[in-house]
Design a protein around this ligand. Structure first.
Ligand code: S3P
Length: 437
């Protein structure tokens, strides 16, 4: 298929109110935990995008019933240990979260083996990070070249483990926690740094006694999983972040982003931007009552203004992992140097995001240097513009679009269709914020 090329011309101002699309991480978990549960769950505002549709299709293949009602989904699960036997490989598409979380459930399916595969980007993304702890729990896993999809999970009897993650990863942590529900005894996952905690919150809201203390999460064997009767998915901070960046960089802009998930493990980007001088007003302290599944929701009020460079240290990386490309973009417009360290994980995202971000923004007139674990940006107060390739990476496509709106000469994004993975309608949403629209 020929990639779609879209041009984003510089704009004079962005103004208005926007509710970004539903949270991708929480949608994946609502579908997966819904399929694992013994009672039906109603999911409101499930993300309708390529990644989360891959998850729904996989859950149906595994025996869950997905009933699309006019304003919500009903998911009727099979129970923890009763996923349907395999009917050919499970296609995860482009969804790394599905690929890494689902094996935690499949591992419990005694006597059944499942093959997982996906698109060409997924085939380059490592699964040894989940294979290592799952094997310690007693699961058989065979991966291509020991590391990549397609890979096979052989369900069986699981034992609890005490495992320290080598790198902070919410996906790996979640995979182990899901397997822990059916493993004998107790499982402890220790994190080097906190990462997003939607799985812990959803399990806690479902009454599973998840214990969180001193960087460790402990879960015990459960007979069954019964979720809250209803889950309302808030808007995705990672999608909102593109509008936030546009609102900060296009002069005279003022945006209100509504119903955004303000879970503190997701708002690292907002704190980094504020440190750079950004005016973003909102409750980042989780003062409000959680909307659902333990997740807080709030509005963010964004005003354009001058920025200064900052340094992002390793501990902040998991709290802003998907927004680091946008930190690079803000750095191009800021005064002074912006440094991101301890982010080697960027190399194994939907593209090698150290290389694609540095090359992409340099191609638009930026001054960035790649380092082994991040990048250094020398701010020049703006970007000229030009052409950027998404490399099939949704966040690269939207990065190019925002760069274009704030650039001097405009940006052509080759492969803009990649945005559909998490944010279908992104270009239309931006257009609605233009003066006179
Ligand atoms: C995700 C966790 C992050 C993030 C990904 C979604 C999740 O990955 O980059 O887009 O939903 O748990 P890692 O936890 O592997 O860093």
């Amino acid at each position: 298929m020929t990639p779609t090329t879209v041009r984003f011309d510089p704009v004079t101002r962005l103004k208005g109110t926007l509710t970004p699309p539903a949270d991708k991480s929480i949608s994946h978990r609502a579908a997966l935990l819904g399929a694992m549960a013994s009672e039906p769950v109603r999911v409101h505002n499930y993300l309708d995008a390529a990644d989360t549709n891959s998850t729904l299709a996989a859950m149906q293949q595994l025996g869950a019933l997905v009933d699309q009602q006019p304003d919500h989904l009903v998911i009727r699960g099979t129970g923890l240990r009763e996923a349907a036997p395999p009917e050919g490989p499970i296609d995860v598409g482009n969804a790394g979260t599905l690929m890494r979380l689902l094996p935690g459930w499949l591992a419990a399916q005694e006597g059944r083996s499942y093959v997982l595969d996906g698109d060409s980007s997924i085939r380059g993304r490592p699964v040894d990070r989940i294979a290592v702890p799952l094997r310690l729990m007693g699961v058989g896993i065979e991966a291509t070249d020991e590391r990549y999809p397609p890979f096979t999970v052989h369900g069986g009897k699981l034992n609890g483990i005490d495992y320290t993650l080598p790198v902070a990863s919410a996906q790996v942590k979640s995979c182990i926690l899901l397997a822990a529900l059916t493993a004998s005894g107790r499982t402890i996952v220790r994190e080097p740094e906190p990462s997003r905690d939607h799985t812990e919150r959803m399990l806690l809201a479902a009454g599973v006694p998840v214990v969180r203390a001193d960087g460790a999460v402990t879960v015990e064997n459960q007979d069954e999983l019964v979720l809250d009767e209803q889950i309302v998915v808030p808007a995705d901070l990672s999608s909102a972040a593109f509008a936030i960046a546009a609102g900060l960089l296009v002069p005279k802009s003022r945006l209100l982003l509504q119903n955004v998930n303000t879970n503190w493990t997701r708002t690292g980007f907002v704190r980094i931007a504020q440190r750079m001088g950004a005016i973003i007003i909102g409750d980042l302290e989780e003062h409000g009552a959680p909307l659902t599944a333990g997740e807080p929701v709030g509005d963010l009020d964004v005003t354009a203004g001058p920025l200064v460079g900052t340094t992002v240290e390793s501990w902040e990386v998991p709290l802003a992992i998907d927004e680091l490309p946008l930190v690079a973009l803000l750095g191009c417009f800021a005064e002074g140097e912006t440094v991101v360290r301890g982010a080697a994980e960027l190399k194994v995202k939907e593209s090698d995001r150290i290389q694609t971000v540095v090359d992409g923004l340099n191609g638009l007139g930026g001054q960035l240097e790649a380092t082994p674990d991040g990048f250094v940006v020398t701010g020049t107060g703006g970007l000229r513009g030009g052409t950027i390739h998404s490399h099939g990476d949704h966040r690269l496509a939207m990065l190019g679009a925002v760069a274009g709106l704030a650039s001097r000469e405009g940006v052509e994004v080759v492969g803009m269709d990649a945005a559909d993975v998490s944010y279908p309608g992104f270009a239309d949403d931006m257009a609605r914020l233009l003066p006179g629209s």
